[in-house]
Design a protein around this ligand. Structure first.
Ligand SMILES: [Zn+2]
Length: 297
């Protein structure tokens, strides 16, 4: 791919692709559930054997266990129920609401438009060939620190495309719509086809200044080939420490509804990145879970 391409080959999944991916995911889920049940059953039987073993004085290694476990049991039983949230993320409704209100956690995708009052300052951190060289100031500073750390490990990471103004997004979208109009599609069909390739204004994560398309001298194209670079491997291991998450993971295509994009990283801040990565959820799922928790309280 030409590194100067303003918007990489990002593409929304077609309905047929979505159905296939959902089916594959359902199969994986059943397999995973079966495995979990097996592990759980194994754990229960292990505990039962263990309990039976504890009273036995002949098991020397088991001897300290009753003394250790007794205070824990006492402490656990003295904690009143319902104090610790029992939801998947272990957050209270207020905590979930606070996270949702964090400007760094804004969800922008083809169904969630960036709020009109979402404003920010930007700063330049793009490479020499970058098309959109800026990010939100906090994201930019974090990227520069990350780039420096990567360089110290002998890895070069470039920021190739960052913040796109809504105005710029409008021109991209209109150009693409015109392309389909010229091909003979009617206005509605042309807009729909254009939207599958270029997000309408306000619906691209690049509009909020927190999305960064990254590349490296090893692979300048913004495409799946970036996956096979030292830069990508380094990012997978360290980007979270700088507040960046992989936004469109391979196994979350049916949730994000965007094809796997190893080059597209999203700044959410260090603490949020740690929480999201620990949850194992993609950003869409994480935000939905927060919304569910917030609605409960
Ligand atoms: Zn991108």
């Amino acid at each position: 791919m030409n590194p100067s391409t303003p918007h990489p080959q990002r593409r929304r999944l077609t309905r047929a692709e979505l159905r296939r991916r959902r089916r594959r995911r359902a199969i994986r889920r059943v397999a995973g559930l079966t495995l979990m049940l097996c592990v759980a059953a194994g754990g229960v039987s292990f505990l039962l054997t263990r309990r039976a073993a504890i009273p036995s004085a002949s098991a020397a290694s088991a001897a300290p266990l009753p003394a250790q476990s007794a205070p824990q049991e006492a402490a656990a039983s003295s904690v009143p129920e319902n104090t610790a949230p029992s939801n998947a993320l272990g957050l209270t409704a207020d905590e979930a609401r606070a996270l949702l209100a964090d400007p760094l956690m804004v969800l922008v995708n083809h169904t969630n438009k960036m709020p009109d009052d979402y404003t920010f300052d930007t700063k330049e951190c793009g490479s020499a060939t970058a098309v959109n060289k800026t990010l939100q100031t906090a994201a930019c500073d974090a990227f520069l620190a990350m780039q420096k750390a990567a360089a110290a490990d002998g890895v070069t990471v470039w920021m190739q495309s960052g913040y796109r103004s809504v105005k710029y997004q409008t021109s991209l979208y209109e150009k693409k719509t015109q392309y389909y109009l010229n091909k003979g599609y009617d206005n509605a069909a042309a807009k729909e086809k254009a939207a599958a390739v270029v997000n309408p204004p306000g619906y691209s994560e690049h509009n909020c200044g927190l999305a960064a398309d990254l590349n490296s001298p090893e692979h300048t194209g913004l495409d799946e080939g970036f996956e096979n670079t030292a830069a990508f491997r380094w990012l997978c291991a360290h980007a979270g420490d700088y507040g960046f998450i992989l936004r469109y993971p391979k196994d979350a295509e049916d949730k994000t509804e965007i094809i796997y994009e190893p080059w597209h990283w999203r700044y959410v801040g260090v603490e949020n990145a740690a929480r999201i990565n620990a949850s194992g959820l993609c950003f869409e799922e994480y935000i939905q879970t927060l919304r569910d928790i917030a609605a409960e309280g």
